[in-house]
Design a protein around this ligand. Structure first.
Ligand code: ZN
Length: 235
């Protein structure tokens, strides 16, 4: 094991990326806890999917199940209070004047990781794992490797402790993320991610596709579907 006697805290939203990150952490760390945020998302289906995914991981991967510890859900209502995005308000997905899609929630990942570090201080988990990705991304500046490397330094200074931020998906496109899931947990994990995770910005859990559930039209579904098609055609 890469990190024996070490605990990781995984930012776990219930989507494809964070579920893949969770499997990545479970295959490397002696113990793993999970953290989700309730920030008044318009669609709570991702949050509702989380316990289901954790149960399915425990049932299908007993070795991982023995390492999987407490799950935490913290409220970050402040993001809803600030509002003004397609993820927190009832507005259509569109490009903003600053060139970023309005699915960008300003400050979200910075807040998430800072709060994760604070929880990690209490849970003795100084390895923080997140699914941020600079490839295939929507131009979110808080997903950039430079941002997260800098934030790691800020957290080390601000907490006076040796934190590490791990971003296993940083340089992967969506096809490679599906491939990583297959490498970590075989077809069982790929099927679990297809069935149980929610990535759709509209929170659609009704429309079934070969790549999972989703509206099939929003940018998140588009990325997931195209990535899955490239993954299948390459394997
Ligand atoms: Zn969608």
């Amino acid at each position: 094991m890469e990190f024996p006697n070490t605990k990781a805290l995984v930012l776990f939203s219930g989507g494809q990326d964070s579920t893949t990150c969770l499997a990545w952490a479970l295959s490397r760390f002696a113990s793993v806890e999970t953290l989700g945020f309730d920030y008044g998302q318009r669609h709570a289906v991702e949050l509702e999917a989380r316990p289901q995914i954790l149960s399915a991981l425990r049932a299908n991967f007993p070795a991982w199940g023995s390492r999987l510890g407490d799950d935490h859900v913290l409220s970050l209502d402040v993001l809803k209070q600030i509002g003004g995005t397609a993820l927190t308000d009832d507005v259509a997905i569109a490009m903003s004047a600053n060139g970023l899609p309005n699915t960008f929630v300003p400050g979200r990942n910075l807040l998430f990781l800072t709060v994760a570090a604070a929880l990690g201080a209490r849970r003795d988990a100084k390895h923080l794992v997140g699914g941020m990705c600079e490839t295939d991304f929507s131009g979110y500046p808080d997903c950039r490797n430079d941002t997260l490397q800098s934030l790691q330094n800020v957290i080390r200074l601000g907490f006076a402790d040796d934190y590490t931020i791990h971003t296993p998906l940083m340089w992967l496109d969506k096809a490679a993320t599906w491939k990583l899931a297959e490498e970590l947990g075989g077809k069982t994990l790929v099927d679990l991610i297809r069935e149980d995770t929610v990535t759709c910005y509209r929170g659609d859990r009704e429309s079934a596709h070969d790549w999972g559930y989703g509206c099939g039209e929003c940018p998140a579904c588009d990325l997931r579907a195209k990535g899955y098609a490239r993954f299948v055609s390459a394997s």
